[in-house]
Design a protein around this ligand. Structure first.
Ligand code: AZF
Length: 447
């Protein structure tokens, strides 16, 4: 057995999900609607006009799903809390029945020795707050801090780690610049302010946590290394711009208290002059950085492509997933090494890694997803290689436990270790579930 990529004792092996993608029944027990409930119920916004009304029915099947996690041997599980279940109006009154669901879930996880990692915000802003300006409202960081405080007080005695915001870049760019995610805005003047308020929300929640919390708190970023499609100066400059736009836009304020100098050039007049005091607050050190890694960008200069003058092109000479994302495991090693060499080697978790493939149909209640097994083997090996180079990596959370609602793609893209069809609600194991069970049992790939 190879020991090259054995992981340290205590390394966390988890799986990740999010509320709107798996829970279903989003308005149950007094919950308030989210922008994703409104967006998915708007015809034409989601593939097949799918919604999260059913999803994986996890709200009613949590006990069954925790048993699946225990059977896999997970020692950790990352999930998000639907803000509107706990605070139906986004602020003020607490909906105890909504909070009770998460209390029960945490207790069930602990009964199975599975450490909860809770994401406070995974894109499902209550519509009540959106209707007050949402993340564009300068009050939004305070709304988030108040919501976070309710959860810290209710659950911090049993929760090992908190993630404040999942992928602020996606929430801001896909939701406010490209308009393909909730709330469906396509306004150049919104993305920079939304990102800034999300980062301030992270900072305010960390400040609250410093006063009352006893464990760890961090943020999860979608990080994607960018490579020029050729060694031309134009393509190299385009890759640098896209690196600033996707990676450094978030990393630099969080670690250095400043935005990349490329941002005002990228956004022009749509880039506000942010107060330095804000950046000082954002730079407050969290306890860890969460890395959501899927692929790399292969970048070509394209003057017609606003705002970057660069486009990510699909490589025809490399394998890709059903999302059209190149399979590039080395990019995970390189991304993790970058955190070590450029950002001070902070404690890090891979808070998401996984792949969608056109899985074969189940045969005798099993799905032979060889592509996903290969993807996971190569990426877990890549994570081990980063560890060997001294990266401060603490855990790996596979995206995802279950096939689920993949946002604008609806249910057409399957990332799960278990196949789930909303209309049937069975959990059909895939070969990748068996593979991951073995990885966890041997604490590394080693095969
Ligand atoms: O696209 C796969 C995943 N990426 N990160 C955020 C999750 O909500 C997505 O399902």
């Amino acid at each position: 057995m190879s020991t090259d990529h054995a992981f340290p004792p205590g390394f966390l092996w988890g799986a990740a999900t999010s509320a709107y993608q798996i829970e279903g029944d989003p308005l149950a027990d007094g919950a308030g609607p989210s922008i994703w409930h409104r967006f998915s119920h708007t015809p034409g916004r989601v593939a097949g006009n799918a919604t999260g009304d059913l999803a994986c029915d996890h709200y009613h099947r949590a006990q069954e799903d925790v048993a699946l996690m225990a059977n896999l041997g997970l020692n950790a599980y990352r999930f998000s809390i639907a803000w509107g279940r706990v605070l139906p109006d986004g602020r003020g009154r607490v909906n105890q029945r909504g909070l009770d669901f998460y209390q029960r879930l945490v207790d069930r996880l602990l009964e199975q020795d599975i450490q909860p990692m809770i994401t406070l915000y995974h894109w499902d802003l209550p519509t009540a707050l959106h209707d007050r300006g949402g993340w564009l409202n300068p009050e939004s960081p305070a709304w988030f801090a108040d919501y976070a405080q309710v959860l810290f007080r209710a659950l911090d005695d049993r929760v090992a780690a908190w993630v404040t915001i999942n992928e602020p870049w996606v929430a801001a760019v896909l939701g406010h610049l490209e308009g393909v995610h909730a709330p469906g805005h396509a306004d150049a003047f919104e993305a920079a302010r939304v990102t800034h308020h999300l980062l301030l929300a992270h900072a305010e929640a960390c400040a609250v946590y410093r006063a009352i919390g006893a464990h760890q708190i961090g943020i999860a970023l979608n990080l994607e290394p960018q490579y020029p499609a050729s060694d031309s100066a134009a393509d190299r400059a385009a890759a640098d711009r896209r690196d600033a736009f996707i990676n450094r836009w978030l990393l630099d304020p969080l670690f250095f208290g400043r935005y990349p100098e490329a941002m005002p050039a990228i956004f022009g007049p749509a880039w506000p002059d942010f107060p330095s005091a804000d950046l000082e607050r954002i730079r407050r050190p969290a306890d860890f950085i969460g890395v959501n890694y899927y692929s790399r960008g292969w970048v070509q200069a394209d003057p017609s492509a606003w705002p970057l003058g660069a486009t990510r092109i699909q490589r025809t000479d490399a394998p890709s997933t059903a999302m059209g994302w190149e399979v590039y495991p080395n990019g995970l090693t390189e991304t993790l090494l970058r955190l070590k060499t450029q950002y001070g080697n902070p404690p890090a978790y891979i808070t998401e890694n996984g792949a969608a493939f056109e899985d074969p149909a189940p045969v005798e209640d099993r799905v032979e997803d060889a592509h996903r097994v290969a993807y996971l083997r190569d990426h877990i090996t890549a994570a081990g290689a980063a560890l060997q180079e001294g990266v401060n990596l603490r855990g790996y959370f596979l995206w995802s436990l279950l096939d689920n609602f993949e946002w604008a793609e609806g249910y057409t893209k399957r990332f799960g270790l278990y196949r789930v069809d909303p209309e049937e609600q069975r959990r059909i194991p895939k070969a990748s579930a068996d593979f991951y069970r073995k990885v966890i049992a041997s604490n590394g790939v080693g095969m």
